[in-house]
Design a protein around this ligand. Structure first.
Ligand code: ATP
Length: 234
């Protein structure tokens, strides 16, 4: 479905992504894990057209999306839920969800999707008129994911959905991610919480200093001594 081939990204002199190769098949949950500053967010930004590549290629179903702008990438079926959620805090829950549907013209279908989002996140339904900025951290994350789903993505990019949340809420969010995947959306999940991410994913890539250090079956990686030492303990 999506492929990154020898992707290089620079911020000035900083070489943030070094010959990155990543492949995501339709229907998978793939996780990209790594420490702070490893290049995880940059990878998602490159895919969603926010960050330009220095070289390399990103293809969606075999077609290059290198020169496609961010709004058109949403139209092609890729939705990016950024780190830190970035909800519109002075807008209501409902208005935030409406913003997620900005590329769509099928208004009656959009209405149906509100219902789908609310059945996935009943807490958002209870709070649909509430200002988004007054939601709890977990609810804001749910709203950010809900907003991301409003464009009906085939591929959902999630940047650290567990950040700053209590363990019980993290569990809830991860179980919803699995539900979203079961309903047919492919997921690329960026996480520092390697344990939760490997448990939720089919396959995983570990990124270190902008390079893929390791890749493979997620459950096998959970048992790997090197992975345990570097990413699962402490
Ligand atoms: P974190 O988990 O801390 O968010 P990350 O793995 O997502 O980390 P990135 O945000 O992709 O890491 O950053 C990769 C590298 O690029 C880091 O060294 C970071 O300092 C640098 N970087 C990121 N954004 C910029 C920017 N806008 N300008 C300059 N350098 C940047």
């Amino acid at each position: 479905m999506l492929e990154l081939k020898e992707v290089n990204v620079f911020y000035g002199v900083i070489h943030a992504l070094k010959n990155l190769n990543i492949k995501i098949e339709e229907g998978e949950v793939v996780t990209l894990i790594g420490a702070n500053g490893a290049g995880k967010s940059t990878t998602l930004k490159a895919i969603s057209g926010i960050q330009k590549l220095k070289s390399g290629e990103i293809t969606l179903n075999g077609e290059s999306i290198n020169n496609v702008g961010a709004p058109d990438i949403v139209k092609l079926g890729i939705s990016h839920v950024p780190e830190g959620r970035r909800i519109f805090s002075r807008m209501s829950v409902m208005e935030n969800l409406e913003m997620g549907a900005f590329t769509r013209t099928d208004k009656s279908e959009v209405k149906k999707d509100f219902e789908k989002i609310f059945s996935l996140f009943p807490r958002l339904l209870e709070r649909k008129e509430q200002m988004a900025g007054t939601l709890s951290g977990g609810e804001q994350q749910m709203l950010a994911i809900g907003r991301g789903l409003m464009s009906r993505p085939k591929l959902l990019l999630l940047d650290e959905p567990s950040m700053g949340l209590a363990p019980i809420i993290v569990k809830e969010i991860f179980s919803i991610i699995k539900e979203i995947n079961k309903a047919g959306t492919t997921v690329l999940l960026v996480e520092q919480n390697a344990y939760m991410a490997l448990n939720a994913a089919d396959r995983a890539y570990i990124i270190r200093n902008g390079e893929i250090e390791m890749q493979g079956d997620a459950k096998t990686m959970l048992q790997d001594e090197k992975v345990k030492k570097a990413y699962l303990e402490g």
